[in-house]
Ligand binder design. Structure first.
Ligand code: AMP
Ligand code: ZN
Length: 138
């Protein structure tokens, strides 16, 4: 996808409006237009990358620093009791907009939102073999 047909690039360029929360040289944060709860915020690198894996180290670092700052403001400003950060890569993981973005979701008692967490157990030897696969890819 080129940047001209990417909705988030069009937000960065100002072609599509957004409720801007934060901006610096590399990063933009704005309110999600279809929030899971009030204050649901998206944080993106201004430069187009499809997923986390495609980002430059500089953009990743800038997003990390801004994430801390913006998450703290969302948490404080919304009088939240907690906050989830969610980041989807590829369709299987729920990514619908293919410009990397971080969801910041302030949480309150009774907000009705629950992240599914169907935890499992490793089989015999499986944890070590999984670990080796990741280490080989590093
Ligand atoms: P994802 O499923 O992780 O790709 O999330 C994409 C998010 O972008 C969804 O939560 C949408 O509600 C949000 N979104 C789509 N278009 C806009 C827009 N124009 N302004 C703000 N948020 C948007
Ligand atoms: Zn884009």
């Amino acid at each position: 996808m080129t940047t001209s047909n990417c909705i988030f690039c069009r937000i960065v360029s100002g072609e599509i409006p957004c409720a801007k929360v934060y901006e610096d040289e590399r990063v933009l944060a704005f309110l999600d237009i279809n929030p899971l709860m009030p204050g649901h915020t998206l944080l993106i690198p201004k430069k187009h990358s499809e997923t986390l894996f495609d980002m430059s180290p500089e953009d990743a670092a800038a997003c990390g620093a801004a994430l801390k700052k913006v998450a703290a403001a969302v948490f404080k400003g919304l009088d939240a009791e907690g906050l989830n950060v969610l980041q989807n890569n590829h369709e299987i993981a729920g990514q619908e907009i293919f410009h990397v973005h971080f969801h910041l979701m302030p949480r309150k008692t009774g907000d009705g939102f629950k992240v599914p967490w169907p935890a499992k157990k490793y089989g015999p030897g499986e944890m070590e073999s999984v670990l080796q696969k990741i280490l080989r890819a590093l």
